[in-house]
Write a protein that binds this ligand. Structure first.
Ligand SMILES: NC(=O)c1ccc[n+]([C@@H]2O[C@H](COP(=O)([O-])OP(=O)(O)OC[C@H]3O[C@@H](n4cnc5c(N)ncnc54)[C@H](O)[C@@H]3O)[C@@H](O)[C@H]2O)c1
Length: 312
């Protein structure tokens, strides 16, 4: 099982996966249309990967990409709640339609395993914490619906067509190569770069919302475990650290790590955002032997180092 297709491989998580796979000597093909990904995320890997710049949702592209592939790590998506509120049709096309075409192509090419990057946004705003996979989903944004639909398709392709799928519900991933510049930038890259540049970070809401922030190495590890687990049959598994941190606490911690005291500015909460999120990772431990390898504080130190060296 050494021939991998990484969709969205020029993105944040995809490029981290490519680095890990190349380091292990695996064959890696990437399909990316660069809608949110960047070529520079793949720096140093160009002569060691097969890069296809194309829309993975095009049936011909999807079919060709699966040639001689053992495992698909499907990361490609337009992954932002606010962007999906601004442009739900775009989210639907790049998440739902594209995932469906890739599953069809994987089935037809008899790929051995299809690992899907699912999202904790599927849980929505239920009061109960931690979130366990047995809870009823409650998507609150077009993005959450789109990611959940991909999970359902992955499950059905396992049940109906025998394709070995597995969905990893990532919780707020952060780390090197995550874009801080987009207007839809995720919280940690936006906060870290603002504080490093002595600009006040913008917090939406009162900052007391919390998340189970997950350093990207944990997600890479989970994908490798899922790719190599004995047999998969459409399971849905939380991937996180199992720790919850508030947005205000992150701002304090970044300031402490970099030795500054930059205060945030507060803006109204955004539609579609959930208040609290925390994962139960028992199933990940049982099903694929997952254990977080880097905790939040250590991950934040590493991410800050990377932004210092690469983006300032
Ligand atoms: N970052 C997180 O916190 C998080 C949390 C939960 C789930 N996820 C999921 O993880 C995956 C990766 O997210 P990320 O944070 O690395 O985002 P990203 O935007 O950095 O990467 C997504 C990549 O997919 C590519 N892409 C999008 N549509 C495409 C298409 N039609 N054809 C080819 N390429 C296409 C983009 O150009 C980009 O390189 C996504 O599926 C996302 O939904 C991410």
């Amino acid at each position: 099982m050494n021939r991998f297709l990484v969709t969205g491989g020029a993105g944040f998580i995809g490029s981290n996966l490519c680095r890990a796979l190349v380091a292990e000597g695996c064959f890696v093909r990437v399909v990316d249309n660069l809608i949110t990904g960047r070529r520079r995320n793949l720096e140093g890997l160009w002569d060691r990967i097969d890069f296809v710049e194309a829309d993975m949702g095009d049936p011909d592209v999807a079919h060709a990409a699966m040639r001689d592939i053992d495992v698909v790590l499907h990361q490609g998506a337009v992954p932002s709640v606010p962007r999906s509120v601004d442009n739900p049709a775009e989210t639907h096309a790049h998440c739902v339609d594209a995932t469906f075409q890739l599953l069809l192509a994987a089935r037809d090419r008899q790929v051995r395993r299809f690992v899907y990057a699912a999202s904790s946004s599927a849980y929505g705003d239920s009061e109960t914490l931690p979130k366990v996979e047995t809870m009823a989903p409650n998507p609150r944004s077009p993005y959450a619906v789109a990611k959940l639909t991909g999970e359902y398709y992955a499950q059905v392709f396992a049940e109906v067509f025998g394709l070995e799928t597995i969905s990893l519900r990532y919780f707020n991933v952060f780390g090197p190569y995550q874009d801080p510049t987009s207007q839809y930038a995720a919280a940690i890259p936006a906060f870290v770069t603002a504080i490093l540049q002595d600009r006040p970070p913008t917090v939406y809401g009162d900052g007391e919302q919390s998340r189970d922030f997950t350093y990207v190495d944990n997600v890479v590890r989970a994908n490798l475990l899922a790719a190599r687990a004995e047999r998969t049959h459409g399971q849905v598994i939380n991937i996180a650290c199992g720790e919850k941190v508030t947005v205000n606490a992150i701002i304090r911690l970044i300031n402490e790590i970099v030795g500054k005291d930059v205060a945030p500015t507060y803006a109204p909460a955004r539609p579609g955002d959930v208040k609290h999120s925390l994962a139960d990772i028992t199933l990940a431990r049982e099903a694929i032997g997952y254990e977080p390898v880097v905790d939040f504080r250590e991950g934040l130190i590493q991410a800050i180092d990377w932004y210092r060296q690469n983006l300032l």
